[in-house]
Design a protein around this ligand. Structure first.
Ligand SMILES: [Zn+2]
Length: 371
């Protein structure tokens, strides 16, 4: 039996001229017997799913390509044994996101039949529709209680570390040493340091694997990271004197590029950097301010830590609109740890002692950010 979900969807009258036909509007949402049924305007195309398990709670994410929620409003006031939370929202311009937090694992999650997406919920429990105001209030109270409890037990801040490059994308090369190898090594060390300090850490990759920039930020977003730290190493441009360029720099997200970034982008000829115009609209000034704060803290703490023992060339804090920074929904920085093409810097960068000081600096910067 299919019951109508008591959703308050304020269908705004969109002018069709403003939106392309590709916009696949969510037309209807209903509850069946342990099924959530979503009907769209057009046939459903690409759908991406992800399940993240944490402390017995499984978060199922369904991203529907071209999906459009006419108006993001609270969509559900219902209870289902085993389902903790259910959300539908416009994840970004291109994807409608459905999130179901469940205490039970489902083997078969969903099926698509033309315009209809069916998500299967735990088969053993019954869904209860909740649609009046008092039950809504009750639900909210219950939810906030659960949230509080969650915070006490697992209130760790989640940091995403992104080791630059990987797989067929080796990155910069210095004396036969690949950037991808070094970034992974430093990232793992940083992970240990952050975990020691009580942070929850995810890495976009933990071995030599190719990942697109989009995959990196999508990974980070799906894990609800609070901060995104991308680790890279530099190389002097072709034809430039190699021993002239050394030092580290920290980039933060901005819509304005510093001159050097513009030059570099030209140098890479669009190999690593994508068109970003569509994403520019999504960046809030909040995110930029936070990213800048993080970048400044990290830079200053790296200097403090590393300069206790080494002479270090500080290339400062810069802004850029690298895709890897742009695509994440959290404050993001990109750290160029040093030049692989510089003999002394390469030697240092590969040493455990130098790496330890460097990652302590980054971790101190993260601590400072939260203070
Ligand atoms: Zn790089």
């Amino acid at each position: 039996m299919i019951k109508k979900l008591s959703i308050v969807l304020l269908y705004f009258i969109f002018s069709q001229t403003l939106f392309a036909q590709a916009n696949n509007y969510l037309r209807d949402t209903s509850l069946g017997n342990n099924k959530l049924i979503l009907t769209f305007k057009y046939n459903i195309g690409n759908i991406k799913t992800l399940a993240i398990e944490r402390n017995g709670l499984v978060k199922y994410i369904y991203d529907i390509k071209n999906g459009v929620l006419p108006k993001t409003k609270t969509i559900s006031h219902y209870r289902h044994k085993g389902v903790k939370a259910f959300r539908i929202g416009q994840f970004n311009k291109n994807y409608l996101r459905i999130v179901i937090e469940s205490y039970s694992k489902n083997k078969k999650n969903y099926s698509i039949n033309g315009k209809i997406l069916t998500i299967y919920l735990n088969a053993s429990s019954k869904m209860v529709e909740r649609n009046n105001y008092s039950s809504k209030k009750q639900h909210t109270r219950k939810n906030s209680h659960a949230k509080k409890k969650h915070k006490i037990n697992h209130g760790k801040k989640t940091i995403i570390i992104d080791p630059g490059h990987g797989g067929r994308d080796v990155g910069a090369i210095g004396k036969g040493i690949y950037e991808k190898t070094l970034t992974l090594e430093i990232s793992k060390r940083l992970r240990r340091e952050l975990q020691k300090r009580g942070y929850k850490v995810f890495m976009t990759r933990t071995y030599d694997k190719y990942l697109s920039l989009k995959e990196r930020t999508e990974y980070a977003n799906a894990r609800n990271g609070e901060l995104f730290i991308s680790i890279h190493a530099n190389a002097s441009a072709k034809g430039k004197p190699k021993q002239k360029y050394e030092g580290f720099e920290v980039f933060y997200l901005s819509l304005k590029n510093s001159d050097r970034v513009r030059k570099r982008r030209a140098y890479y000829k669009g190999k690593y950097y994508y068109s970003v115009s569509a994403y520019k609209k999504m960046i809030s000034s909040w995110k930029i301010a936070k990213s800048r704060k993080l970048a400044r803290g990290i830079r200053s703490k790296i200097l403090t830590n590393v300069r206790k023992r080494y002479k270090l060339n500080d290339k400062g804090v810069k802004s850029s609109d690298f895709w890897v920074l742009l695509g994440s929904t959290m404050p993001a920085v990109l750290i160029e740890t040093g030049y692989l093409t510089h003999n002394r810097e390469l030697r240092r960068l590969r040493s455990k002692r130098y790496q330890e000081r460097f990652v302590k600096g980054i971790a101190d910067g993260v601590d400072a950010y939260y203070k």
